[in-house]
Design a protein around this ligand. Structure first.
Ligand code: PEP
Length: 253
């Protein structure tokens, strides 16, 4: 079923106490104020996943996930975190292919395709990120980039699993820059993605939640979320303040 989702990507921020405080505030505010059927996802750094998982365990509309997972199942890979470890601490989701992983850690579509498989093997829903660079948009290559990322990173998934995928369209030039895709640019790309999915997976495409990410905030969220193919948001900076994040969740119609 196509769900409305607002996700917070905390990136490499917050110590243990700060993480506990932010997660508790969000859980309490959502419980008291949010009545719009939105699913809330929190993506803390790995070391906070277990404690944030415990804070959300009783909630029906808040889940936590990891910001990344290894492409390998287990073994002698110092510093890596496997999908099965992530699942074992109560996480239900994993971000795969965030542009910061692609850009700074050279994650290729081929590696990301492996990570997606690891997620499914361990009952985690992948939130698969895609999006073009500024130069690619300027050259009119944004549709080409996004379709390659999706085809190479996701199209090996069988239909029976595909309904568990969430897609986040995040134009790289909008992430952490204060620049946002215009509502028209965002809707155009979301519709393009849904049409691409429907060529491969047919009517299942209508069930997939496609989130927008890139400097989404309290001021611009309501307009973006009102568009027909935008099913929510992946929020970076504005998810680090409970009040801003919850206001974004509330702005989902
Ligand atoms: C992100 O990290 O996925 C993101 C969208 O960041 P920001 O909201 O800060 O642009």
């Amino acid at each position: 079923m196509r769900r409305k989702i607002v996700a917070g990507n905390w990136k490499m921020n917050l110590n243990s106490q700060e993480a506990r405080q932010l997660a508790s505030e969000v859980v309490n505010m959502v419980k008291d104020e949010v009545r719009n059927g939105v699913e809330v996802l929190l993506f803390p750094p790995f070391v906070h996943l277990s404690q944030v998982g415990q804070l959300v365990v009783e909630r029906k509309n808040i889940f936590c996930g990891a910001q990344n997972c290894s492409a390998l199942p287990s073994g002698a890979y110092t510093g890596e975190i496997s999908a099965s470890m992530i699942e074992s601490v109560g996480a239900k989701f994993v971000l795969i292919g965030h542009s910061e992983r692609r850009q700074y850690f050279n994650e290729t579509n081929e590696v990301l395709a492996q990570k997606v498989l690891r997620a499914f093997e361990n009952n985690l829903s992948p939130v698969f990120c895609c999006g073009e660079l500024k130069e690619e948009r300027e050259k009119g290559k944004h549709f080409e980039t996004v379709s390659r990322q999706i085809e190479e990173g996701l199209f090996h998934i069988k239909s029976s699993d595909f309904s568990r995928v969430v897609i986040a369209y995040e134009p790289v030039w909008a992430i952490g820059t204060g620049l946002t895709a215009s509502p028209a640019q965002a809707q155009e790309m979301h519709l393009f993605i849904r049409n691409l999915l429907s060529k491969k997976y047919g009517s299942l495409a209508g069930e997939i939640s496609i989130l927008y990410g890139g400097s989404c905030n309290e001021q611009n969220a309501a307009e973006l979320f009102s568009l027909p193919d935008i099913d929510g948001g992946l929020i970076g900076g504005a998810s680090l303040k409970s009040r801003s994040f919850v206001n974004i969740i509330k702005s989902m119609a």
